[in-house]
Write a new protein. Structure first.
Length: 509
C-alpha cells in the first residue's frame, strides 16, 4: 500500500481512515470486568445506554432504556427508562435506586395508572440528562403511544423519583406531535428540549421547548406554551421542513440550535430535496438573535468547501447533503458542530463558527475537517480528483468537548466488509480541528464488546461519551446479538498520552 504525505496546512483536512489497521480492543482493565460493564434488565432485551453523567467524585450514571413484558397479558413488551450508577471501579453503587438501578415507566408505577397516563406503555427513550445545581438528575424524554410526545423527569441524587417535580408527580409534560432529539440545561437550572414538530402535510419545524426548574412549561419563552417553532424554508410539504438535533447554551444565555433544513432544488429539473446543516441562535426569551448569521440563521454544507480544487465534488456529487448532529460552545465562545454527509464522499465532519455565525477559517481547512473511508479500502485519488463511495464504515453518534479542549467523537466502526461486526469507536481532534493520529491506531480507537461464549455477536454502538476527573474517557451504548437480548454497555478507555498533533496526513492508494 502506497503512502503519500501532505502538509495539513497546504492540503487541508479531508482525511482518509484506513480500515485495515483497526483490529483493536482498547479498554482500561481496572474498570468493571476486563474494562467493560454490561447490563440487561430482562429477557425482553432492548437494553441500551443513551447518555452518561459523571459526578464530581467520578461515580458514573449510565442512563438509557430497556424492554419489559407487558404486565397483564405478557404477550407484548414495552420500553422503560433505566438508570444505573457505578463506582469509580465500575462496580454497582448499591446506594443508588434499588440495588444500583432505577427503573421508571415515565413515572407510571402500576398498570392502572399507566393506562390513563400521558405516556402510558409506549416506547420510551432518553434524549438527554443533566445535573441541576443541587445535584438532582433531570432527564429529557420522548415516547410513542399512537402519537409522539415528550417531557422531562427528575430524580433525587440517590435515584429516587422527585414527586414534587412537574405537573404529574415527577414528570413534566411537553406536548404531543414533537420528536424530541436532545436537551441542555441553563445556568439557572431551566431545561431546554429540542426536536422537530411534525404536522403533516405542513413542513416540519424546529421545536425548542423550555421548562422551569420545577418541570412546568416556561410561558416566558417563545409564544406557544413555552415553545419556539421555526421553519427557515418557505416551501410546502413535510419534506421541505426543518429539524433540531442538538442544543447548547452560551455563557451569555443565548441558545444555539443545530439541525437540518431540507431544500428543494436538486436533481432533474431541481425537483429533488436535499439537506443542509442548520444553525440558529435564539435570545434567552426565544426570539431570533438577528446579529447571528442571516437574521439568526446559518445554513451550511461541508461539501461547499470541497467544490473547488483540489476536491471538485460538483460533478460527481452534485446533490451532496449535510446534517448537523451535535453542537458545543468552546471556552472562547466559538461554536463547534459535528455533522454527517449523505450522498457525499465524507462520513463525518467538524466545522467551527465565529460568534457572529461566520465560518472560522482558522479551523481545519477553511473551517471544516472531514473524514472519509469505505470498507473496500479504496480511497480518494488526489491527482485525478476522483472519489470512491463503496460503503461508509464510519458512523458517528455524538461529540463532546473534553476538559483540555480536545474534541472527542463516539460511534461505531465496521470491521472489514461485515456490517454486522461493529465496534465502539472513539476519535480525537485538537480544539482547532486537527485530527490526532497519535491517538489510538491511526487516530481511531475501537473497542470490541465481547459477549459470553454462548452469545452470538451482532454489533455495538457508543451513543455517548463522558470524561472523568483524571481524563479517562467513558463510552456508553449497546451491544446486540442475533439470538439473545441486547445489552447496555459501559466502557472505560485507559489514560492515553496524546502527543502533539502530527503535521502530516496519510492518503493511502
Amino acid at each position: 500500500m502506497k503512502k503519500v504525505f501532505f502538509q495539513i496546512a497546504i492540503v487541508g483536512a479531508l482525511i482518509v481512515c484506513p480500515s485495515s489497521s483497526l483490529a483493536q480492543d482498547t479498554v482500561d482493565p481496572t474498570f468493571g470486568t476486563n474494562g467493560k460493564v454490561m447490563e440487561v434488565l430482562s429477557d425482553q432485551g432492548g437494553a441500551r445506554f443513551d447518555t452518561l453523567l459523571v459526578h464530581d467524585d467520578d461515580k458514573v450514571i449510565a442512563i438509557g432504556s430497556a424492554r419489559l413484558a407487558e404486565p397483564v397479558t405478557n404477550n407484548d413488551n414495552y420500553r422503560v427508562i433505566t438508570m444505573y450508577r457505578y463506582l469509580k471501579d465500575g462496580s454497582r453503587d448499591i446506594s443508588f435506586g434499588d440495588d444500583g438501578v432505577t427503573v421508571a415507566d415515565h413515572i407510571c408505577e402500576d398498570w392502572d395508572a399507566c393506562e390513563e397516563a400521558i405516556f402510558g406503555l409506549g416506547d420510551e427513550d432518553v434524549v438527554g440528562a443533566h445535573f441541576q445545581s443541587d445535584g438532582k438528575i433531570v432527564l429529557a424524554l420522548t415516547a410513542w403511544r399512537n402519537y409522539t410526545t415528550f417531557g422531562v423527569a427528575r430524580f433525587d441524587s440517590d435515584g429516587i423519583l422527585d414527586t414534587a417535580f412537574g405537573g404529574h408527580p415527577g414528570f413534566g409534560y411537553g406536548g404531543d406531535g414533537v420528536y424530541a432529539e436532545n436537551s441542555a440545561i441553563q445556568s439557572d437550572d431551566k431545561i431546554l428540549v429540542v426536536g422537530r414538530r411534525v404536522s403533516n402535510p405542513d413542513p416540519h419545524k424546529v421545536a425548542v421547548t423550555r421548562f422551569t426548574t420545577d418541570g412546568l412549561l416556561d410561558m416566558t419563552f417563545g409564544t406557544a406554551n413555552g415553545t419556539v417553532l421555526t421553519n427557515t424554508h418557505p416551501g410546502t410539504g413535510s419534506y421541505s421542513g426543518d429539524s433540531g438535533n442538538d442544543v447548547a447554551v452560551q455563557s451569555d444565555g443565548k441558545i444555539i440550535v443545530a439541525g437540518t433544513t431540507a431544500i428543494q432544488g436538486c436533481g432533474d429539473n431541481n425537483e429533488s430535496f436535499f439537506t443542509r446543516g442548520l444553525l440558529e441562535r435564539l435570545n434567552s426569551d426565544g426570539t431570533f438573535d438577528t446579529s447571528f448569521g442571516s437574521d439568526g440563521v446559518v445554513k451550511y454544507t461541508a461539501a461547499s468547501v470541497f467544490d473547488a480544487k483540489p476536491w471538485d465534488l460538483s460533478t460527481t456529487y452534485p446533490c451532496s447533503e449535510s446534517t448537523l448532529k451535535s453542537v458545543a460552545v468552546q471556552s472562547d465562545g466559538k461554536i463547534v458542530v459535528m455533522g454527517t454527509g449523505v450522498n457525499a464522499p465524507f462520513s463525518v465532519f467538524l466545522a467551527r463558527f465565529n460568534t457572529n455565525g461566520g465560518i472560522d477559517t482558522s479551523f481545519g481547512y477553511e473551517g471544516v475537517i472531514a473524514l472519509y473511508d469505505d470498507y473496500s479500502y479504496k480511497t480518494y485519488d488526489h491527482l485525478n480528483t476522483v472519489f470512491t463511495n463503496n460503503g461508509q464504515d464510519l458512523n458517528v453518534e455524538n461529540m463532546k468537548l473534553l476538559k483540555d479542549g480536545y474534541i472527542a467523537l463516539s460511534g461505531n466502526y465496521y470491521t472489514g466488509s461485515d456490517y454486522d461486526n461493529k465496534h465502539f469507536m472513539t476519535l480525537l481532534f485538537t480544539k482547532d480541528g486537527q485530527f490526532i493520529r497519535t491517538f489510538g491506531n491511526e487516530g481511531i480507537i475501537t473497542t470490541n464488546v465481547d459477549f459470553p461464549d454462548d452469545f452470538l455477536y451482532g454489533g455495538a454502538t457508543a451513543f455517548d461519551l463522558a470524561e472523568q476527573t483524571n481524563g479517562k474517557i467513558l463510552l456508553g451504548g449497546y451491544a446486540d446479538g442475533y439470538d439473545n437480548p441486547s445489552h447496555g454497555v459501559l466502557v472505560r478507555l485507559p489514560l492515553l498520552n496524546v502527543a502533539s498533533p502530527s503535521i502530516i496526513m496519510y492518503l493511502l492508494n
